[in-house]
Design a protein around this ligand. Sequence first.
Ligand code: GUN
Ligand code: FE
Length: 430
Amino acid sequence: IRAELISFARDPGIGDTPEPGSLEHYGDGLLWLKGQHIHAVGHFNELLPSLPENSDVLDYRDKLIMPGFIDTHVHYVQLDIMASYGRQLLDWLNDYTFPEECRFANHEHAEALSNAFLDEMLRAGTTTSQVFGSSHQGSVDAFFTACQKRRLRMLAGKVLMDRNAPEALMDGTTGIAASERLIEDWHGKQRLGYSVTPRFAPTSTKTQMDAAGALLRNDPSLWLQTHLAENSGELDWVAELFPGSRDYLSVYEEAGLVGSRSTFAHGIHLDNGMRKRLAERGANIAFCPSSNLFLGSGLFDREAANETGMAFTYASDIGAGTDLSGFDTLKSAYQVGQLRGQPLTAWQGFYGLTKGNAKALSLDSHIGQLAPTLEADFVVIDTQATSLLKRRINHCKTLGERLFALMMLADDRAIYETWAGGICQHHRDN
Ligand code: GUN
Ligand code: FE
């Protein structure tokens, strides 16, 4: 494919310009695919002589290609309750989320929503997500089946929840066995991986969290996803439920849930001690800015994360998030940053959404960069997609300005195509 190519080899740093060698940019580039992988990346004129005679060359010279976006925390089962009005976390869970998740006992519903979610995800330019199912085992079978058909690289898991939830959603002592069966059937199959998924400390007993920790100890290639320190009501509740634990994070530490493949969504209300403990274990916080604004949860502190060495990733967290679009996530992250006096550069944002997220999920040997041997997962962006975007982009003088304009003004209309596993999986329908 002949196009403008942008990709990050490593963290561009927090300055206004990317650190030398971190950004790879080809104004007239060639992305050479072989089957499901990237074979070569470079300047069109330099690579052209080595292309075999009969190669198909797609001419996308007016388009911009980046690695596919990655979403490190999202609930596919909450697609239909996005934009539910007027609550903060705990009331939102009781009033909207739990009733909705009950519907996933029905397998046809789970299949329909799995496909609807993947359609929307690809439309938004996202090629890999780490996904919560419901507490029903079948919700994850349906989801992985849909992912497998499309050959997507995805992480997912069944919610573990054995207290403080509606009867119909609690899995009691069967939750761990159900997770084991799903791991057996899906983990490492094709491009799929399993994330052990205790919802959060208030809805799991200590017994269930310990058993989840045992799963991780038995197989270090598993991932772990849960929620941490999102909302002040939640913090009070955790303190009440776990009077013997030093703080919220130590509840997870005591169960053996904090490791280099662990993602904790939110992490808004942390102190530097907790941030350093997360950093030492190599765990990451999923920063979910549109969700945090929507539920009024608080403003994530990126500077404190950087100062303590705590890794963080970017995520939509729909149904509480307001859009699946990576552009929207970065726009919200910029706004949260402004309210904290920590504006987000486009370099940081797009690095985070691609290579940064891949690295934090230990998936960077597969995805996150346009580089030889990596999987051919990428997004083709039309920077002229809307009249407003076109006006602004054509007014920009530098690459940094163009990327920032995309981050603030683009939406799924700017996603011309989304490719995963070397296949065009979404083509804009207008
Ligand atoms: N904390 C526990 N469950 C949830 C959830 O479904 N969404 C969000 N945003 N936070 C949670
Ligand atoms: Fe969430």
